[in-house]
Each structure stands twice: as C-alpha cells, then as structure tokens.
Design a protein around this ligand. Structure first.
Ligand SMILES: *Cc1c(COP(=O)(O)O)cnc(C)c1O
Length: 381
C-alpha cells in the first residue's frame, strides 16, 4: 500500500479467520456455546491467568471489574490522566468518582508518586493503564495498594502480550481487562476479556455479564431445567461464538504479530533515536513492550506536523486528550487544567505513528522519511 493511505492501526484478517467464523455460522451455537469456552481457555493460558471471562468489549470488561470489586457510591478510584475515556467512565458507571493521577514524563505511564498523593480514606482501587503497550511500575503500585488496602486493576487494553519482570500482563493485577477492537492486538469486531486469579471474582464476573443470572442458557439446557435466579443486577455483556471463533483464530497468530510489532518499533527507534526532531517515549528496563501504539514527542509544533502528515497520507493520531480536560469531567467532577501538569504538557507534543503487523518495511521507511521531513520543515518554519 506504498502510495496509498497508511492508517495508525488496523486488523489483520486471513482466510483461516474467515473460515473459523463461517464454521460457527453453519453450526448450532451462535452465542453461549463452545467457542466462548475455548477462547477463554486459550486466552487464560496465553496471559498465564487462572481465569478469563469473555465480555462484549473492553469498556464492559472495565465496568465488570469495577462491579465485582464492589466499587460504589462515595468511593474513589485513581486513574491516570493519559488514557482512553472508558477507563474513567467505568468508575462513574458504578457511582464512584475517578481521581486523576499524573504520569511519568518519560513513559507517560501513571506516576506512583502522584498516585500516592491522591490516596484518601475513600480510595478503593487504582486502575493502572499500560499505555501504548508498556506495563506500568507494578511493583510500586502493588506496594501502595497493599499499604492502603486498595485493589489493583490493570486496564491492559494496550498490552496484550507484554511482560513486566517476566510476568505476563493479565496475571499481575488483581483484575486485568483487554479489548479486541480492530486497532488492538487481536480483533473480534467488538470484544473484551477480564482475567483474574481469584475464583470468586471469576464466578461473579460470569454472573455480571449475564444479567446477574446464575446460569446461562447452555448450562440450563445441559441440566434440562427451566429455573434460574437473578442474584445481582447485571448486564448483557456476553461475547458471541461468532466473535470468539475469530478470537481463537486471531490469538494463534498473536506471537508472530507481537514479533512484527517489535521489529517495527526497533526500526522506528533506530530512525528517530536520540537526536531527531521527534523523540520516542522512554522504555522501562524490566518490561517487554507489546507496542499497541508507537508514540513520539514532537519538538516542533505538533498540530502543524500532524496536519502535514495527514496531508501526506499517514494516519497519525493523538492518544489521548487528558481525560480530566474533557467537558463531561470538568462539568461533573470539577476537573480542569493544572490538575496533571505532566500529562497536559505531554498532550501538546504527542503523536502516534502507524503501528500494526501488516505494515511492510517499505511502509515503515515511508513513515520515517515523511515524519523526518515534516518535522524538520516545521522546526525550520
Ligand atoms: C480500547 C480501550 C478501551 C475500551 O475498549 P473497547 O473495546 O473499545 O470498549 C479501554 N481502555 C483503553 C486504554 C483502551 O485502549
């Protein structure tokens, strides 16, 4: 796609993915069938977490995590300022207040020192976001959580396949959440997963995704029983067998895709290195990065560079508007500029470059050349 447009991210769908979906369509179970169980088992094995619960999207995964940790009215949950709005929204769904922590200037990962300053008697949990695919400082966050009796949640929607001190993301926090939106590491159209080592949380997650009902349709069919009980207020957050079949097929290819993302990242790192007009973010020594995004900081005017790159057919993006600056949060929680100065300053400079496994070396070279020329031109201007 050398002269066409290059998006910042996109799914890879092969013939075997299509076949996997078609097989489900020809079978008996479109939802609550065997593919859901298979996807959960394969996923749980991959992230080395004892339990995995498939849900309808990554936001539902966060909502389910907040619910089973009993986050409610008057509670506070600390979230980083640099994340997708859904991280904070899930806290609000449960009637609680998100409290925004600032990020580290080098990595834009949540800063444990800022988290420590935000802890109050009302704080119940910390949601760590593995921004761009890099695991947070889980050792520091775990220490804070343990000292203050807080639950630690990982919004790992960027970090499927990443590790921290050799442990897979998904097996580090009390509860971890993933998304299978097409720009993420594997795609099911819409989809999500919650992982945990806690059998009781696993049981309650399954009830929550199924209206708060203790058995699902296939379990009742197996038991030949009509009776069911709704024990909690839940949602319909199930993922269909059609989507799970795609997930199973995609997950098989994830190791190769992670490898390709890492190759692309090292090409970018070589090209932009230390001294260019754009600078890659820092990488913590103890992590294996999953490279959902390749984020650089611009030294020249970001908006100009952004516009020039879009004009040249590169689908660059900005991740993210700091959540506390969104009108909803300003209006509802009284947040605004000055609350998280590191995040606010970084937001003026960041740019996400194209990053997905199907990018060819020629595509990467074109990105490098175009970014170099747009960035140096803007600096000269
Ligand atoms: C994608 C994403 C989500 C939400 O996932 P959906 O599947 O789109 O609902 C939540 N948090 C982060 C950090 C994400 O990148």
């Amino acid at each position: 796609m050398s002269q066409g447009k290059i998006p910042y991210g996109r799914q890879t769908i092969d013939e075997d993915d299509i076949q996997a979906v078609v097989e489900v369509l020809r079978g008996d179970w479109l939802t609550t069938g065997p593919k859901v169980k298979q996807f959960e088992e394969d996923f749980s094995r991959f992230v080395e977490a004892p339990h995995a619960v498939a849900v309808s999207n990554g936001t539902a995964a966060l909502h389910a995590a907040m619910h089973v940790l009993e986050i409610g009215q008057d509670d506070e949950v600390i979230v980083p300022a640099i994340t997708f709005a859904a991280t904070a929204n899930a806290v609000v769904y449960c009637g609680a207040s998100p409290v925004f922590a600032d990020v580290c200037p080098q990595t834009l990962l949540v800063d444990p020192e800022s988290v420590a300053k935000r802890i109050t008697a009302r704080t119940k949990a910390i949601i760590a976001v593995d921004y761009a695919g890099q695991p947070c400082d889980y050792a520091a966050l775990r220490k804070l959580a343990d000292e203050h009796g807080l639950r630690l949640v990982a919004d790992a929607c960027h970090a499927l396949g990443a590790t921290c001190h050799g442990k897979r993301v998904g097996s580090i926090a009390d509860v971890s959440t993933f998304s299978f939106h097409p720009v993420k590491h594997i795609a099911t159209g819409e989809g999500g997963m919650v992982t945990t080592a806690d059998a009781d949380l696993d049981r309650r997650l399954r009830i929550f995704r199924n209206h708060g009902i203790t058995t699902d349709h296939s379990q009742r069919e197996a038991a030949g029983a009509w009776h069911y009980e709704m024990v909690d207020l839940g949602f319909n957050y199930r993922l269909s067998d059609i989507q799970c079949a795609l997930g199973v097929s995609q997950l098989r290819k994830l190791p190769a895709w992670l490898q390709r993302r890492r190759e692309i990242a090292s090409r970018y790192a070589q090209a932009f290195g230390e001294s260019g007009d754009v600078r890659p973010l820092g990488i913590r020594p103890e992590v294996e990065h999953a490279w959902h995004l390749y984020v650089v900081r611009t030294l020249g005017p970001r908006d100009q560079i952004f516009a020039d790159l879009r004009g040249a057919g590169l689908g660059v993006n900005v991740h993210y508007v700091p959540v506390h600056l969104h009108p909803y949060y300003r209006r509802t929680f009284g947040t605004g500029p000055g609350l998280c100065p590191v995040a606010e300053a970084a937001y003026q400079q960041i740019l996400s470059l194209p990053m997905y496994p199907a990018l060819t070396d020629a595509d990467v070279d074109r990105v490098v050349t175009t970014v170099r020329s747009c960035a140096s031109r803007s600096r000269a201007a």
